[in-house]
Design a protein around this ligand. Structure first.
Ligand code: NAD
Length: 329
């Protein structure tokens, strides 16, 4: 039986990936600082450990064929774009990647998947909300708008250097805003779809929700199941990447909020307030993934948002029903 390691298995994408790999018949080890928040891990073995510690990284890769390296110090705009966490984001995530790739090489792992991000793309190509350029080759000359993006770019190059010099098989994806049930929905690290679902679920009919910025900034959002499909197809392919794994269905943040309201059956006003925003426009460009893998995500945003809304609304209801603070622990 093939043995897979998922680093970041207590996080949103990692916990779903563990489930997917188990379905496919892998033996799976998960490593994270924390257990998954919303359900127990499906991993055969789950190690609570800190991958900034090289001893832990060596223990994690021991006896492993395939590594999925998703562990990172990250969050939504409220975490990444305020500047307050820059040093921690760069130091922690870079240290994790340095430890994992080197331990993996020494342990003789066969393949490594690395989750990079659309945040590596230059700010100068994403100033127009209607026509952002996120083709893979547009990454250079580099000018990400956050330290999070710079660290991801450094680590992409780190994995490619290990492939070049040590023959390690690596596969690198640039994720574009992955969302779905069992993602962080409150507390400061949540991202736009979950935050909007929460605000809509909490608001009374005819009330209002707050939104950072004018809501005209654009993004695309990819449902978790399609993200995992892309990861698995990339890992089984000959293609190293980096390649975008994202949706090409671009919406404004106002449009996303209106979609959530439609799903909830509520009419609400949007109050625009100052807040951290990121780039003006961003969309996945799927020409390369289509050409290399003969596949690209295709599921409509509204379908995924519906499943996510149902899940977030249930969390909101449970939090209201429980004694103050218990559900948000
Ligand atoms: P997440 O924050 O839910 O998961 C990351 C996990 O890494 C967390 O559970 C965290 O505890 C763990 N971690 C952090 N530091 C650690 C350490 N020192 N040792 C062990 N574990 C540690 O994030 P996610 O949304 O599941 O993202 C997974 C990966 O995909 C990350 O690398 C992220 O940068 C990348 N990515 C995600 C998105 C997205 O939209 N979710 C977009 C682009 C890239």
């Amino acid at each position: 039986m093939k043995r897979a390691l998922v680093n970041g298995a207590g996080g949103f994408i990692g916990s779903h990936l563990v489930r997917r790999l188990k379905h496919e018949g892998f033996w799976v080890r998960g490593v994270d600082l924390k257990d998954p928040e919303f359900s127990s891990s499906a991993a055969d073995e789950f190690i609570l450990g800190d991958l900034t510690d090289p001893v832990m990284a060596a223990a994690a890769v021991d006896g492993i064929d395939d590594v999925y390296q998703l562990a990172a110090d990250m969050g939504g705009a409220g975490y990444i774009f305020t500047g307050e966490h820059d040093a921690a984001v760069m130091h922690n995530s870079a240290t994790i990647n340095l430890n994992v790739v080197d331990a993996g090489r020494k342990a003789g792992v066969k393949r490594v998947f690395y989750s990079s991000s659309a945040c590596i793309y230059p700010e100068y190509n994403q100033k127009d909300a209607d026509k952002p350029n996120c083709a893979e080759e547009s990454a250079y000359p580099a000018a990400p708008d956050s330290e999070y993006g710079w660290e991801k770019l450094f680590s992409e190059r780190l994995y490619m250097a290990y492939a070049r010099n040590y023959g390690l098989e690596v596969h690198i994806a640039r994720f574009h805003n992955i969302f779905g049930p069992e993602g962080t929905w409150h507390g400061g690290r949540e991202k736009a779809p979950a935050a909007i679902c929460r605000k809509v679920a909490e608001a009374a009919e005819g009330g209002e929700i707050e939104m950072w910025g004018d809501g005209l900034q654009t993004r695309s959002f990819l449902y978790i199941d399609e993200c995992l499909e892309g990861v698995r197809r990339l890992m089984e392919s000959e293609f190293q990447g980096p390649v975008n794994i994202g949706s090409e269905e671009m919406v404004s943040i106002n449009g996303l909020a209106e979609m959530a309201m439609r799903i909830a059956g509520k009419r609400l006003r949007i109050r625009h307030i100052p807040g951290p925003l990121g780039v003006r426009g961003r969309n996945s460009d799927n020409r390369l993934i289509r050409a290399k893998l003969g596949w690209a995500p295709s599921r409509p945003l509204e379908e995924g948002l519906r499943s996510t809304y149902v899940w977030v609304e249930a969390q909101v209801r449970a939090a209201v029903a429980e004694p103050a603070g218990a559900a948000r622990g």
